[in-house]
Design a protein around this ligand. Structure first.
Ligand SMILES: NC(=O)CC[C@H](N)C(=O)O
Length: 451
């Protein structure tokens, strides 16, 4: 059985829209009981907190390593598979779930209460970007929570998380002991998970073939198909290589005064590189090794381009790989809004938003380059920079959304850097023009006299 046919295992009846929410979160704490889950791999059984209410849909979350968790469904009546990853963020589920970097992943929230502030409207900002979401639709393959809060309350909410998931075809499970699940993933490393709705668990190994969506090029699925311009009246022009850019990256670049041309990840931008005053490489899903075309383009850009280049997350990995560093997969990744990062030059610690499973191996850094930031928890790479050219990148997300705003200044600083380079190029070309008109000798005499 392949991934597609997983959906056919889901029960044929569906949840009716507008029906009363089935899981009443903490209100029903008293009706909960602990159930043990089966463990096909013979490993210690995990416990699941399952709110038992008559007539509700059961859901199962099963790992390739054999453990399974039973709970209640509050999302779409369907099945999905993906890399099981956890985020330690306390808030920001609308932003995380729509972050294209979560494509192909089932997102487990360690914050126990999820859904309590509902889902915001699809309002757009002055650039036409969705204000409260990072992409046009949900990107993750499913969500796993401990305690879904059907009763939501927020001035800006227009619907429940359950309704949003159902409308978007995303399965969601509540009543899972996410603490034990995270302990498990931290111990054994990340693995594939399958989420399915219905009383029957998947017969993993027999009826289901595990299919890893991250084995394919996910960046190609989320990147724009042709160049797209935002804020055409911006004073400097930035080419954004789109590996799955979050809306807030584009927004902050525009707000800082840039005209942003979003380019497909594999766009052959080198022949037109001088149209851009600066280049930006975005975040994106899956392994950076699928983006060889981007890496090759960046290698060429390093030779011919002297203006600022800034990369974020996947952008850090691609910039680093183009510089000659190696990439490796972290055991379970860093995802959350509370990741401490040390800036090596200043020794300053910043709290950052993160969402990545891969990291640059900075034990070897090619000549001319340096590592610039390091993770204070696990020592993994958080940034690299060129020693003489304005090429730099960070593994964390300065654009936040959600998460702390400690490092949003980096996006403004990059645009300021671009402006400063443009001005200095302009001054140089004016000086050259002056020299060629006056003759070099007179010009230097004049300059001496003016000093
Ligand atoms: N947010 C990102 O850009 C993630 C980069 C890459 N997909 C990783 O998991 O490491």
């Amino acid at each position: 059985m392949n991934f597609k046919s997983l959906a056919s295992l889901a029960p044929k009846f569906s949840l009716s829209r507008g029906s009363k929410p089935r899981y009443l979160g903490s209100f029903l704490q008293s009706q909960r009981r602990l159930l043990s889950t089966s463990d096909e791999a013979g490993k210690p059984a995990m416990a699941s907190v399952y709110p038992v209410l008559p007539g509700e849909l059961t859901a199962h979350f099963q790992l390739r390593t054999g453990q399974s968790f039973t709970g209640g469904s509050f999302g779409a009546n369907t099945a999905s598979m993906g890399e099981a990853v956890f985020s330690t963020s306390l808030v920001g589920y609308p932003e995380s779930m729509t972050d294209p970097s979560y494509k192909g992943q089932i997102l487990i929230f360690t914050q126990p209460l999820i859904g309590n502030y509902g889902v915001p409207p699809r309002d757009r900002d002055e650039y036409g970007l969705l204000k409260y979401f990072e992409a046009e639709q949900i990107q993750c393959s499913g969500i796993v929570v401990s305690d879904y809060s059907a009763k939501y309350s927020h001035w800006n909410a227009v619907e429940s998380l359950s309704d949003w998931c159902q409308r978007s075809g995303i399965p969601a499970i509540t009543g899972v002991d996410t603490r034990s699940l995270v302990h498990l993933l931290r111990g054994q490393g990340s693995t594939l998970g399958a989420l399915n709705v219905g009383s029957k668990k998947l017969d993993i190994g027999n009826e289901v073939q595990w299919f890893d969506p991250t084995d394919g090029n996910l960046v190609d699925q989320v990147s724009v198909k042709s160049p797209k311009i935002y804020n055409p009246s911006g004073t400097v022009s930035i080419g954004l290589i789109d590996c799955g850019a979050k809306n807030n990256i584009i927004r902050l670049l525009c707000k800082s005064g840039a005209r942003v041309t979003v380019l497909p990840w594999d766009y052959d931008f080198v022949p037109i590189i001088n149209e851009f005053d600066g280049l930006f490489i975005s975040n994106g899903p899956g392994s950076p090794s699928f983006c060889q075309k981007t890496i090759e383009n960046l290698k060429k850009a390093f030779e011919v381009y002297h203006r600022p280049i800034f990369g974020i997350c996947m952008g850090n990995q691609l910039l680093g790989m183009a510089a000659g560093l190696q990439i490796y997969k972290l055991p379970y990744g860093n995802r959350g809004h509370n990741q401490p990062v040390i800036e090596l030059e200043s020794g300053k610690c910043v709290i950052t938003s993160q969402n990545h499973g891969f990291a640059l191996d900075d034990s070897f850094v090619p000549e001319g380059w340096a590592r610039s930031f390091v993770n204070a928890n696990d020592g993994s790479n958080e940034g690299v920079r060129h020693l003489t050219k304005p090429f730099y990148s960070v593994q964390f997300h300065p654009e936040a959304q959600g998460g702390p705003l400690d490092t949003t200044y980096m996006i403004r600083r990059f645009v300021n850097d671009v402006v400063a380079h443009k001005e200095s190029e302009w001054r140089q070309s004016e000086a050259q023009l002056f020299d060629s008109q006056l003759g070099l000798e007179e010009s230097s005499k004049l300059q001496m006299a003016l000093q």
